[in-house]
Ligand binder design. Sequence first.
Ligand SMILES: [Zn+2]
Length: 75
Amino acid sequence: MKTVTLMETEAIDFFAGSDGAYYTPIVGVEARCSWCAQWGHPAGLYHRQVLFTRRAALVCGRHVRREREGWQETV
Ligand SMILES: [Zn+2]
Protein backbone atom coordinates (compact mmCIF):
# COMPACT_ATOMS: atom_id res chain seq x y z
CA MET A 1 0.00 0.00 0.00
CA LYS A 2 1.22 3.45 -0.85
CA THR A 3 2.26 5.48 2.18
CA VAL A 4 3.62 8.95 2.72
CA THR A 5 5.30 10.56 5.69
CA LEU A 6 3.89 13.90 6.74
CA MET A 7 5.99 16.60 8.28
CA GLU A 8 4.54 19.58 10.07
CA THR A 9 4.81 23.01 8.53
CA GLU A 10 4.45 26.41 10.11
CA ALA A 11 0.77 26.38 9.22
CA ILE A 12 -1.67 24.55 11.45
CA ASP A 13 -3.20 21.45 9.89
CA PHE A 14 -1.01 21.74 6.84
CA PHE A 15 1.49 18.97 6.32
CA ALA A 16 4.24 18.45 3.80
CA GLY A 17 4.22 14.93 2.42
CA SER A 18 7.31 12.95 1.51
CA ASP A 19 5.86 12.63 -1.99
CA GLY A 20 6.01 16.37 -2.55
CA ALA A 21 2.28 17.00 -2.10
CA TYR A 22 0.62 18.81 0.77
CA TYR A 23 -1.96 17.32 3.09
CA THR A 24 -4.73 18.81 5.19
CA PRO A 25 -6.80 16.72 7.61
CA ILE A 26 -10.50 16.83 6.90
CA VAL A 27 -13.14 16.54 9.59
CA GLY A 28 -16.81 15.89 9.08
CA VAL A 29 -16.61 14.66 5.52
CA GLU A 30 -17.28 11.12 4.43
CA ALA A 31 -15.80 9.94 1.16
CA ARG A 32 -13.97 7.10 -0.40
CA CYS A 33 -10.21 7.20 -0.58
CA SER A 34 -8.76 7.93 -4.00
CA TRP A 35 -5.99 5.42 -3.52
CA CYS A 36 -7.60 2.36 -1.94
CA ALA A 37 -11.33 3.11 -2.46
CA GLN A 38 -12.15 2.35 1.17
CA TRP A 39 -14.36 4.64 3.21
CA GLY A 40 -12.34 7.23 5.06
CA HIS A 41 -14.05 7.49 8.42
CA PRO A 42 -12.22 4.66 10.28
CA ALA A 43 -8.80 6.08 9.44
CA GLY A 44 -9.47 9.75 8.82
CA LEU A 45 -9.31 11.64 5.56
CA TYR A 46 -6.75 13.99 4.16
CA HIS A 47 -7.09 16.43 1.32
CA ARG A 48 -4.04 15.95 -0.87
CA GLN A 49 -2.95 18.71 -3.19
CA VAL A 50 0.00 19.42 -5.38
CA LEU A 51 0.83 23.08 -5.17
CA PHE A 52 0.47 25.18 -8.30
CA THR A 53 -1.68 22.56 -9.95
CA ARG A 54 -5.35 21.78 -9.74
CA ARG A 55 -4.68 18.16 -8.92
CA ALA A 56 -6.34 17.32 -5.62
CA ALA A 57 -7.53 14.09 -4.09
CA LEU A 58 -8.94 12.68 -0.91
CA VAL A 59 -6.81 10.01 0.65
CA CYS A 60 -7.37 8.16 3.90
CA GLY A 61 -5.21 7.91 6.97
CA ARG A 62 -4.14 4.37 6.12
CA HIS A 63 -1.51 5.84 3.82
CA VAL A 64 -0.27 8.52 6.17
CA ARG A 65 2.44 8.42 8.76
CA ARG A 66 2.77 11.53 10.89
CA GLU A 67 6.29 12.63 11.70
CA ARG A 68 6.48 13.69 15.32
CA GLU A 69 10.17 14.49 15.54
CA GLY A 70 11.06 17.88 16.84
CA TRP A 71 8.10 18.23 19.17
CA GLN A 72 10.24 18.06 22.28
CA GLU A 73 12.31 20.98 21.08
CA THR A 74 9.49 23.49 21.31
CA VAL A 75 9.05 25.76 24.36
ZN1 LIG B 1 -6.88 4.84 1.39
